[in-house]
Design a protein around this ligand. Structure first.
Ligand SMILES: *[C@@H]1O[C@H](CO)[C@@H](O)[C@H](O)[C@H]1NC(C)=O
Ligand SMILES: *[C@@H]1O[C@H](CO)[C@@H](O)[C@H](O)[C@H]1NC(C)=O
Ligand SMILES: *[C@@H]1O[C@H](CO)[C@@H](O)[C@H](O)[C@H]1NC(C)=O
Ligand SMILES: *[C@@H]1O[C@H](CO)[C@@H](O)[C@H](O)[C@H]1NC(C)=O
Ligand SMILES: CC(=O)N[C@H]1CO[C@H](CO)[C@@H](O)[C@@H]1O
Ligand SMILES: CC(=O)N[C@H]1CO[C@H](CO)[C@@H](O)[C@@H]1O
Length: 256
């Protein structure tokens, strides 16, 4: 079985659609990086085509769709395709335009299907309501998601505390990245508690609690989800092994 890595970082819409069409019937590729295409349209065509591809593709485990100008319409199409799909483990939707309405579909996906292990929503705008949808899915239904990143999503204490609460009932979610949101004292205390009682390992998040005059604050740590990309140069073993999506998944699983 051969896994290939593609990084078509600067594809235009047409060539991206062509790639995605070819991928529909590809049986070997385990991971696909379509980050940062040059888009000339606001119609979310690339997302719609990628969603169609995912309906047919039965082997892709890792999909990166960073900076696709994806909005709620696109997320809905993608989730529609993924409800039925059982192979995708790592979905990267960072740097898009997903709001709380789009996150509803992802929450539904987490409730209905149980294959996703890593979900990257960094730099969208899911806000408190979006965080709460995700928290509900994670707290009540489960249980495959191991890593969630919601860095820079304009989430305030309400949403962040809901996420921390979901980690008390969901024992599988082990990596959570929250920097760049609006931390209030309740957030700082909630995450400090998770870390203190061992539920959240200090190296599985991007915040580090500290105390000044009886108040808890969170400082930023450089850890992030990106180091789980299987092609990340700092991921030491890439030289010895074929680029391999399961490496990324394995890397997460091994650190539980
Ligand atoms: C979720 O996981 C918990 C424990 O891991 C289990 O008790 C519960 O039945 C699961 N719920 C669903 C909907 O899978
Ligand atoms: C962030 O969320 C608040 C509501 O909590 C809203 O008033 C504000 O406009 C949002 N900011 C951005 C940049 O979207
Ligand atoms: C996290 O720290 C533990 C020890 O506390 C270590 O065993 C583990 O390998 C570390 N994981 C990562 C991802 O660095
Ligand atoms: C992919 O990675 C897994 C886990 O390290 C390994 O067992 C497998 O042999 C690798 N496959 C390829 C084609 O390198
Ligand atoms: C692995 C897997 O289950 N892939 C499915 C993805 O979705 C299509 C369409 O629903 C299925 O045919 C594949 O089997
Ligand atoms: C593993 C799993 O939860 N599969 C579910 C994915 O979604 C379809 C459609 O809702 C269900 O039929 C599967 O049971």
């Amino acid at each position: 079985m051969v896994s290939l890595l593609i990084c078509f970082c600067f594809q235009g819409t047409q060539s991206l659609i062509a790639i995605v069409t070819v991928m529909s019937h590809n049986k070997a590729m385990k991971a696909l990086n379509l980050n940062r295409p040059i888009l000339y349209s606001q119609e979310e065509e690339t997302t719609v085509h990628t969603a169609l591809m995912m309906k047919n593709n039965a082997c892709l485990m890792e999909l990166h769709l960073c900076k696709h100008e994806m909005k709620n319409f696109g997320v809905e199409r993608l989730c529609d395709a993924l409800y039925e799909n059982r192979s995708l483990r790592y979905l990267d939707l960072s740097c898009n335009k997903i709001t709380r309405d789009g996150v509803k579909f992802l929450g539904e996906l987490l409730k209905r299907n149980q294959t996703l292990e890593i979900l990257d929503l960094n730099s969208n705008r899911i806000e408190d309501d979006g965080a709460i949808y995700l928290s509900e899915a994670l707290a009540l239904y489960n249980r495959t998601l191991q890593a969630l990143a919601v860095v820079s999503n304009n989430i305030s204490g309400k949403g962040l505390v809901a996420l921390s609460d979901s980690m008390k009932t969901n024992m599988v979610l082990s990596y959570i990245y929250i920097w760049g949101n609006k931390f209030d004292e309740a957030t700082c205390v909630a995450f400090s508690d998770l870390i203190e009682n061992g539920r959240l390992k200090p190296n599985c998040t991007d915040v580090d609690p500290y105390e000044v005059d009886g108040h808890i604050y969170l400082a930023e740590l450089s850890h992030g989800l990106k180091r789980h990309y299987y092609w990340t140069p700092s991921y030491g073993e890439v030289d010895n092994k074929d680029a391999n999506a399961s490496l990324a998944i394995r890397a997460v699983a091994e650190h539980l």
